[in-house]
Design a protein around this ligand. Structure first.
Ligand code: MG
Length: 388
């Protein structure tokens, strides 16, 4: 299958830097209802920044991507014949499943998390300093929180509470069931964190998060500041004591992370390539000792085709690894799927740079994809691993 894209990518992000309340501040959170449809999508005013809308040309319509017909050519198998990826092989997709653009109007979308109880998806629009909410029942889009402290990665713990990484807050927070916000981590060794980027929660309640410096590099996606930490670490927050400990300290820029369904593997993206051409652009995998709160046996799981990087990663119930791809060759923009042993199964082509993804839907079989200015979704024949 050849590269199927027939759509202008129009990547116009002004900065490669990306990726992040207390009760009093929570009162300032706006719950502005914005009904999004194709006509309105192009005219939604940016709420956190001033100036011109992100796109100056006609936006892509919502719905299936233009030019698509079943089977959707945006779903590419790495191999022909089973085990494969597309409609004719490995059954990741049925023939009538297609990539859809379900919402647009953002400057940089990242950090999706699905709440099954409410059938909605939350995700960050970092430069606009807001968390958006996409309601799955009718496609209604609204602002969940603004200001969001330039939130980036979001996840959900086993009690159904929102966990958020904040750039300008330089902290990880938890939104309690009553709506109040608790600071989970904002310092290590008495010094402020850089700009927490992405988080995952294991079944024991421990929160694992990455802390690169993207969110303090300027004023577009956070507040410019000098790092106080010597390194860009991956941390674990103990579920009982709340103690913050370093798990890994040898990443250039630790970014997205995911846990295998058996909780025996931890995957972490390194987007260090943004800091220099000789730096990594890959996913590393570790043996995970959940009880001990430690990792070991670091290996490179998958190399990305530089200059592309992978910002986010998720597992399905069979341990396959799904990751984002973006910032390089537009032909590589989208999602990749790997076997647990690292064999590439296939790609989902998206007409914008992709940051993060997560499984949602009532059967956890709908893959939501944050692609720059838009939210994409595709039903799959697999199910996401995370069971909040
Ligand atoms: Mg990220």
């Amino acid at each position: 299958m050849t590269k199927p894209l027939t759509i202008s990518a129009e990547s116009s992000e002004p900065s490669l830097a990306r990726r992040t309340l207390l009760k009093g501040a929570a009162a300032a959170v706006a719950a502005t209802g914005v009904t999004m449809n194709a006509a309105l999508a192009a005219s939604v005013a940016p709420l956190g920044q001033t100036g011109a809308p992100t796109r100056s040309t006609a936006p892509l319509p919502l719905g299936p991507l233009p030019g698509s017909r079943y089977p959707d050519s945006h779903l590419e198998s790495a191999k022909k014949g089973p085990p494969s990826f597309g409609p004719s092989g490995f059954p990741a997709f049925a023939g009538t499943m297609a990539v859809e653009r379900v919402a647009t109007g953002f400057r940089w979308a990242e950090g999706p998390v699905y709440f099954a109880a409410g059938r909605y998806l939350l995700f960050s629009d970092i430069p606009n300093n807001r968390i958006m909410r996409f309601s799955e029942d009718d496609g209604h889009l609204s602002v969940y929180r603004q200001p969001s402290m330039n939130s980036n990665g979001n996840t959900i713990d086993r009690e159904g509470r929102l966990i958020t990484c904040e750039h300008s807050g330089r902290r990880v927070t938890r939104t309690e069931l009553d709506g109040s916000i608790t600071i989970i981590a904002d310092k290590f060794n008495g010094k402020r964190l850089n700009s927490p980027n992405d988080a995952v929660v294991t079944a024991d309640g421990a929160i694992w998060f990455t802390d690169p410096a993207y969110g303090i590099g300027g004023f577009y996606e956070g507040i410019k500041a000098e790092p106080e930490q010597d390194k860009k670490n991956v941390y674990r927050v103990d579920p009982k004591s709340g103690e913050v400990k370093v798990v890994v300290d040898d990443f250039v820029e630790p970014n997205g992370l995911a846990i295998s369904p058996d909780e025996k593997k931890l995957y972490i993206c390194d987007t260090g390539f943004t800091d220099g051409p000789d730096n990594p652009s890959h996913i590393r995998v570790f043996d995970l000792d959940v009880t001990g709160g430690k990792v070991s046996n670091s290996k490179v799981f998958a190399e990305m085709p530089k200059p592309s990087i992978t910002d986010g990663v998720r597992c399905d119930t069979e341990g396959r690894v799904w990751c984002s791809v973006g910032w390089g060759d537009p032909n590589e923009d989208g999602v990749r799927c790997y076997t647990p042993s690292g064999e590439l199964l296939g790609k989902i082509h998206i007409p914008e740079t992709v940051a993060n993804l997560c499984f949602g839907g009532q059967q956890r079989n709908r893959l939501y994809i944050c692609g720059s200015t838009s939210l994409y979704a595709v039903y799959t024949s697999v199910q996401g691993a995370m069971k909040p």
